[in-house]
Design a protein around this ligand. Sequence first.
Ligand code: PEP
Ligand code: MN
Length: 263
Amino acid sequence: LAGRGHGGANTVVRVGRAEFGSGAVNVIAGPCAVESREQMTAAARAAAGSGAKVLRGGAYKPRTSPYSFQGLEREGLELLAEAAAAAGLASVTEVIDEESLAAAVEYVDMLQVGSRNMQNFHLLRAVGRANKPVLLKRGFSATIEEWLMAAEYILAGGNTQVVLCERGIRTFETYTRNTLDLSAVSLVKKLSHLPVIVDPSHATGRAELVAPMSLAAVAAGADGIIVEMHPEPEKALCDGKQSLDPAAFDRLMREVDIIARAL
Ligand code: PEP
Ligand code: MN
């Protein structure tokens, strides 16, 4: 089901005003984690003002350390939904189990399955039964085949609204958080009819690499990008080092537009 078949048309996944797979470059932006009403209001205003169509914000965070900030859970979903609605944006958040999935479907427009859960087959089946678009991140040690099979689980459950997201894979390199596999974008666009977007923030872990990798992603044929943007990155509870501030995000959006028009 995830494969392109013979001459099949591209799937277009609609999330609010975003149309992933339509040929346009759609941008998702917002903080790694929902922290407060003030933070989400500012992030939503900046995202919308610069032309993003979807607001991101984690309410259930799958953190490496159990002592790191784990997210505001239902309160976070409320703040995300409220800020997105006020700014005229759609919303996406990560679900990590059936409990967070049941809560998220009440508040957001798109469900994210994160890199750590890409092969959580029980969760994939559950989002396959959900009536919401799904953003499926590539596992950080997953092959393209495994990634497409994860999408297959969701499609086989009856949910055809899947957007794939390349977010970097683990290699021997330590100067970047992960290694962005841009060839996967062009390749998966050939192998599958599903839209593919890129997350330059988790791929690199470094704010100064987010703009160049975003532009490269668009040039490689990505259907969009998902960018971590925080009103005050230095104060972020999660992933501040890879987060753009609103001014840098605005510059990036202008540059993305130039590349997208040139293609
Ligand atoms: C995220 O987008 O917040 C996230 C945790 O990303 P990933 O699953 O790609 O690490
Ligand atoms: Mn993050």
